[in-house]
Design a protein around this ligand. Structure first.
Ligand code: ZN
Length: 307
């Protein structure tokens, strides 16, 4: 059915597909999930335009649903602006204005301008329109044989959702994405504790296949994948602690780039996200007593090991 598409298509069950994007479905793209029930539903519009237009020609898409409002998940939403658009209940109005969305993700006016230009002019993201429907935690979207349960999974963003298709026992985990980088929590509304709880909540579901937004689907027991991803928080903590033999400030740590290891091409985004992730990680380590705050900066708490 999808033989003319350039990128791989995985069949998840009858009339349920995972469509992949260029760049191995990594930023600025993500996988799209297509459910052809009584209506044709697409989850996330982060596929490239050619793929989206080709799919829509093969089977007209009636409804688009979003896992969350990061630009790589809503990228080409405007191709479907005349269809049903369903967003999470928690998605803020900032989505209708790129500058406001930039402020939400970057935290200052100046960086919001930079972000809006980068994502608007650079990637072609259009400001959203008001959605036709909002879904919330535990809502079930029924269409033909499908029963798609919305699962609020905050932490990565406040409006991050996973979906569980009950009949095929398919779990769509969005940006609980099992990447080697580990969890991303570098923006103001991100929350490590909620992120951890969300991962633990969805990994307990009775799935038989797991589909994340930026890698190919995985059949069978994915406990190892979930645990490795959860360990990413601790790996980030350790990378920070390794630098705290002497007191360090957050800007000083950001310059040393323990989390991104200077691998991100856009240094302005890297600094912003690294600063966010370091601050949140340290806040948690202060709470648990692994780090102390001194006048000169943060330092590892060695008193725990004193005899
Ligand atoms: Zn995301």
């Amino acid at each position: 059915m999808f033989s003319q598409l350039k990128h791989k298509v995985y069949t998840l069950s009858d009339n349920f597909f995972c469509l992949t994007a260029p760049n191995k479905s990594r930023f600025p793209f993500c996988n799209g999930f297509l459910l052809m029930g009584n209506e044709t539903i697409l989850i996330d519009t982060g596929l490239d335009k050619d793929t989206l237009l080709a799919v829509d020609k093969i089977k007209r898409i009636d409804t688009v649903i979003f896992t969350h409002s990061h630009p790589d998940h809503i990228l080409n939403w405007h191709l479907f602006k005349d269809r049903q658009i369903w967003m999470p209940e928690e998605t803020p109005p900032a989505i209708t204005d790129l500058h406001q969305l930039g402020f939400r993700f970057m935290g200052t006016e100046e960086k919001a301008i930079y972000w809006a230009r980068l994502i608007g002019d650079g990637l072609g993201l259009k400001p959203f329109r008001e959605p036709d429907m909002r879904f919330k935690d535990k809502d079930i979207i029924e269409s033909g044989p499908f029963r798609l349960k919305a699962i609020h999974a905050p932490g990565h963003l406040s409006d991050h959702y996973c979906f569980f298709e009950e009949n095929s026992q398919t779990l769509i985990t969005g940006d609980i994405d099992f990447s080697g980088f580990g969890p991303f929590y570098g923006q103001p509304e991100c929350n490590i504790k909620l992120f951890r709880e969300s991962i633990k909540k969805v990994m307990a579901l009775p799935y038989n296949q797991v589909c994340a937004s930026h890698r190919s689907p995985f059949k069978g027991n994915a406990t190892g994948l979930f645990e490795t991803f959860l360990n990413g928080f601790e790996r980030h903590s350790q990378a920070i602690l390794d630098l705290l033999d002497a007191p360090q400030t957050v800007p000083g740590l950001v310059q040393k780039s323990p989390i991104y290891k200077d691998m991100m091409p856009d240094k302005r985004l890297q600094e912003t996200f690294e600063s966010g992730m370091i601050s949140k990680n340290i806040a948690l380590m202060l709470e648990t007593g692994r780090v102390l705050e001194t006048d000169a900066g943060f330092i590892i708490n060695d008193t725990r090991f004193a005899t």
